[in-house]
Design a protein around this ligand. Structure first.
Ligand code: CAA
Ligand code: NAD
Length: 282
């Protein structure tokens, strides 16, 4: 099966990046969002990043124009009727994802593959919302998508070898490095990363050190490109909390309990960089 036309659902920080790299790799891409403002902002951001790439002489002006010509906006899931692949990147919430996959299953062609960019939710459960669980797979990109090389490919219980091979090949075409992962809470990336971020939040919560100092320790002491609290703000504190909840519930182990300070910030609407306030102010 050859993938030509792709829909990316969710024009937030991940969906926008995924749409950009797919269009740059030559695929026709529909970027979908239920929120018109998010869709407009997502497209503007892609344009800005492509302009920057031209300025840096990584691509030329005609590459930029060609990429933009391969991208279109969509505000209805129905537009996926002639897509070969849909990559979902909406909020990290099972009810929302199940609803999206259930609807998509009735819209896309029989051969189409449905992929989720979920950070932690079980692919097997998302797949069960469809009648094509063999054609459902996890395609977990890292943030910022245009920069980060890794894609975790997660096989659900019923994902077929054919689906896996098509997605692995697609990942290669995007110039990303695929790593195959089993369907367990948090997969590999977030099973390791998110407890570190949660522990950094506990370190502040317990008064051991300040936000800035925790970040400095990890940046200068461990050579991390961003401190864990800057990274939490960058990922989105709502997403961090959802992932910790998935780990906590999925393993039933108290070592994964989300820090109360994280819950408090999310309840206050302090979601990090995207809302203007998290551990830092933007
Ligand atoms: N979108 C696109 N490109 C971006 C970007 C963004 N949000 N942020 C930075 N970049 C680009 C910049 O344009 C720049 O490119 P140029 O070479 O064209 O200048 C390049 O990245 C480097 O950026 P900067 O020089 O401004 O800053 P930096 O050297 O500190 O790098 C960074 C920025 C790449 C984000 C770096 O800080 C980093 O690697 N941070 C850690 C990121 C990380 O851990 N990501 C994983 C998050 S976890 C996840 O994604 C999984 C999940 O499920 C939550
Ligand atoms: P975000 O909040 O930036 O964007 C989500 C977008 O989805 C919003 O624009 C919203 O309007 C849209 N949306 C919500 N429900 C929708 C629906 N039913 N139909 C169409 N659009 C809808 O979120 P994000 O950070 O881009 O995360 C998206 C997904 O990617 C989540 O599953 C998250 O766990 C995963 N992820 C996030 C990161 C990260 O660092 N933020 C990294 C890897 C994976």
């Amino acid at each position: 099966m050859e993938i030509k036309r792709v829909m990316v659902i969710g024009a937030g920080q991940m969906g926008g990046g995924i749409a950009q790299v797919c269009a740059q790799a030559g695929f026709d891409v529909l970027l979908n969002d239920m929120n018109q403002d998010a869709l407009d902002k997502g497209m503007k951001r892609i344009e800005k990043l492509l302009t920057r790439a031209v300025d840096k002489e990584r691509i030329n002006e005609s590459d930029k124009t060609d990429t933009l010509n391969r991208l279109s906006k969509s505000s209805q899931l129905q537009d996926a009727h002639n897509c070969d692949l849909v990559i979902e990147a909406v909020v990290e919430n099972m009810d929302v994802k199940e609803k999206v996959f259930g609807e998509l299953d009735n819209i896309v062609p029989k051969h189409a593959i449905l992929a989720s960019n979920t950070s932690s939710l079980p692919i097997t459960e998302i797949a069960a919302a469809t009648k094509r669980p063999d054609q459902v797979i996890g395609m977990h990109f890292m943030n910022p998508v245009p920069v980060m090389k890794l894609v975790e490919i997660i096989r659900g219980l019923q994902t077929s070898d054919e689906t896996y091979n098509v997605i692995k090949e697609m990942t290669d075409k995007l110039s990303k490095v695929p790593v195959e992962v089993e369907d367990f809470p948090g997969f590999v990336a977030n099973r390791i990363l998110m407890p570190m971020i949660n522990e950094a939040i506990y370190t502040v919560y317990e008064g051991v050190s300040s936000v800035e100092d925790v970040d400095t320790v990890m940046k200068l002491g461990m050579n991390h490109p961003m401190g864990p609290l800057t990274l939490a703000d960058f990922i989105g504190l709502d997403t961090c909390l959802y992932i910790m909840e998935v780990l906590y519930e999925g393993f039933g182990d108290s070592k994964y309990r989300p820090c109360p300070l994280l819950r408090k910030y999310v309840k206050a609407g302090w979601l990090g960089k995207k809302s203007g306030r998290g551990f830092y102010q933007y």
